[in-house]
Design a protein around this ligand. Structure first.
Ligand code: HEM
Length: 210
């Protein structure tokens, strides 16, 4: 769970950083999207890097889902009777939402791939082969921007607890100082990644990027 999770963190960090190219305008963004496909040519074929990334992400997703479902099953078997009264004293909100948050993110990813990669859904009905215009048209629709912002909130929560949990699994929370560092890491990863992603739909929705 921890290793596949850390791979995802590396991916979303790079993806978020790449998206910020939207602030450099139409041509810079589209050039970046094109560069992703021609990177490594002629050693790699066209879209070679993207396919390596896709296979890696699918393998990480399979591992992450398998470990998550196994943990869910194990937790279910460990307590067969429900609590009569349950108070959450030591657990954080983000730790209690890992399962449903994970399912929300999975649904988001399916929608996201249909939206931007596979079907290319343009709610404004315009050109879909221009990545920058597709993105701007999309987030000018308030419901699409809200949908992404809600998904980014779910991503932030998942990253907040996931980062802490991965560091714990790897044995980096054994002292009080290490636990403090792991907690800070959870906040930083969540705010930088989810916050960075949220900037683009927000700035498009409010007309700063058009
Ligand atoms: C506001 C948030 C996001 C925006 C605006 C965004 C935007 C985009 C765009 C425009 C593409 C297509 C890029 C291209 O064709 O060149 C894309 C692809 C993709 N995004 Fe996102 N993304 C966001 C969040 C996320 C998140 C949180 C994840 C994962 C948890 C994610 C995973 C992916 C994946 C897997 C692809 C497909 C890459 C491929 O196989 O071609 N995205 N995204």
């Amino acid at each position: 769970m921890a290793v596949s999770g850390l791979l995802f963190i590396a991916f979303v960090l790079m993806h978020m950083y790449g998206n910020l190219k939207a602030f450099s305008g139409h041509d810079a963004y589209n050039e970046y999207a094109h560069h992703l496909r021609t990177f490594g040519e002629p050693i790699l074929p066209y879209e070679g890097l993207l396919w390596i990334l896709r296979v890696g992400l699918l393998a990480a997703l399979a591992l992450h889902l398998y470990s998550g479902l196994t943990l869910w099953h194990r937790a279910g078997k460990a307590r067969t009777s429900k609590y009569v009264a349950k108070k959450n004293l030591g657990s954080s909100f983000s730790s209690r939402t890992m399962r449903w948050g994970g399912i929300t993110l999975l649904l988001f990813i399916v929608w996201h791939l249909l939206h931007f990669t596979v079907v290319k859904i343009n709610p404004a009905g315009g050109e879909t082969n221009d990545p920058y215009n597709l993105m701007v048209d999309s987030f000018q629709e308030w419901w699409m921007a809200i949908l992404y912002l809600v998904a980014m909130a779910a991503l932030g929560l998942h990253l907040h607890h996931g980062t802490w949990s991965a560091l714990q699994t790897l044995g980096w929370t054994s002292t009080a100082a290490a636990r403090t560092r792991a907690k800070i890491a959870g906040w930083v990863v969540a705010i930088v990644i989810a916050g960075g992603f949220a900037l683009v739909p927000l700035f498009i929705l409010f007309g700063v990027i058009d």
